[in-house]
Write a protein that binds this ligand. Structure first.
Ligand code: CA
Length: 374
């Protein structure tokens, strides 16, 4: 009897020894798998299959034009997403801490002018030196030359702006701006990038009537906005679709929208026009094979990634990238920095044959002489 009990005991011990690892793994992995697959998330990603990313050859030939780019205001300007010039050629910088700085020709360093609540994402002057601000925590704002500050618009159609991102001003005083998300606020930018939904809007603010008008919704992370020649149209970057849209303001295509540039080699952020012949485009990141082939086509993987703590999520590769586009969308300038020393580039503004590069992360603003030989 005793030997039979001993035998059963030994069999159980043997089974445990043989399968203990399996039991432990099953006990740990099953809840982890259930968490990754089923835990509720705030995003509702939809399937999208991007076009094959263009190779960094030809018009996108890899180069080191922006490597070793010089910087200005390194001690004073951490995280200046955008730059704007007033009619006196003073440069104005909007920082992620809400401070706004001016650097005049006579100053040996930038001066802090005022501070708003939350980060500054976009800036543009009108002809009377009123500074319009895309301040995602507040909305669309205006700062008069006296520094008097006014909130102009915070919602449209009853929907509050989530991420007011960029702004430009037409010669007639109309103010055009983007809201990247009607669903998430600026503290949840990652959510909007992962959802990559049609939550962005292009809007117009009319100072005379104090009215905000929706020009186009359904945009995918509407980001940079820039008026084209004679204010005939606007360009709007759609960051999570790797493309730039054109919205016509005049002519036979008025109120019609089409694609200006498709399948860019990265995510477009700020767009500006040099008032002559070139649109400057800041590419925030290059294309990620994992995003293009796995995450965008398969929403379930985006949901799983969303459930992983942020510290364990893959980071985008630092890469400096600026494109110049002609009025027909042809690439005319291609400046890159594969080392990513000054990246991500969030805005590019031309002034007196220099490019000023903003970045949400870098200290100081990049300064680069325009050279056509890259
Ligand atoms: Ca932006």
């Amino acid at each position: 009897m005793l030997s039979k009990e001993k035998s059963v005991k030994n069999q159980l011990l043997g089974f445990w020894r043989r399968h203990s690892l399996l039991c432990v793994l099953t006990g740990c992995l099953a809840p982890a798998a259930l968490y990754l697959l089923l835990w509720p998330v705030q995003i509702s990603p939809q399937k999208w299959i991007p076009l094959r990313a263009p190779a960094l050859t030809g018009v996108y030939e890899q180069n080191h034009a922006l490597t070793n780019i010089s910087r200005i205001g390194q001690k004073y300007l951490p995280g200046s997403e955008d730059i704007a010039f007033d009619s006196h050629s003073s440069a104005w910088f909007g920082l992620k801490d809400g401070s706004i700085w001016r650097w005049s020709l006579n100053d040996n360093r930038p001066q802090m002018m005022l501070t708003l609540k939350g980060p500054i994402f976009g800036m543009a002057f009108d002809s009377e030196n009123n500074l319009y601000i895309a301040a995602p925590k507040m909305g669309l704002m205006r700062i008069a030359p006296t520094l008097e500050t006014k909130l102009l618009s915070a919602k449209e159609g009853g929907i509050r702006f989530g991420i007011v991102n960029d702004v430009d001003v037409a010669a007639d005083g109309s103010v055009y701006f983007t809201d990247s998300s009607c669903k998430f606020g600026h503290e949840r930018i990652y959510n909007e990038i992962m959802e990559a939904g049609p939550n962005g809007r292009l809007l117009k603010y009319d100072e005379q009537t104090n009215q905000t008008t929706l020009l186009q919704d359904g945009l995918h992370f509407a980001n940079g906005v820039a008026l084209g020649p004679n204010d005939a149209y606007l360009l709007v970057s759609e960051m999570t679709r790797y493309r730039i849209r054109r919205y016509w303001l005049k002519g036979p295509k008025k109120d019609y929208s089409d694609i200006f540039k498709e399948n860019l080699p990265g995510m477009p952020d700020g767009v500006s026009f040099n008032k002559k012949d070139t649109f400057w485009v800041a590419l925030y990141t290059t294309r990620s094979p994992a995003l293009d082939s796995l995450l965008y086509p398969h929403p379930i993987f985006r949901e799983m990634l969303f459930r992983i703590p942020s510290m364990f999520r893959p980071k985008s590769k630092p890469y400096g990238f600026v494109l110049g586009l002609a009025e027909d969308g042809t690439v005319t300038y291609n400046y890159q920095d594969p080392t990513g020393a000054f990246s991500p580039v969030s805005s590019v503004v031309e002034h007196q044959r220099y490019l000023y590069l903003g970045s949400t992360v870098q200290h100081g603003v990049g300064l680069f002489p325009i050279e056509p030989d890259y």
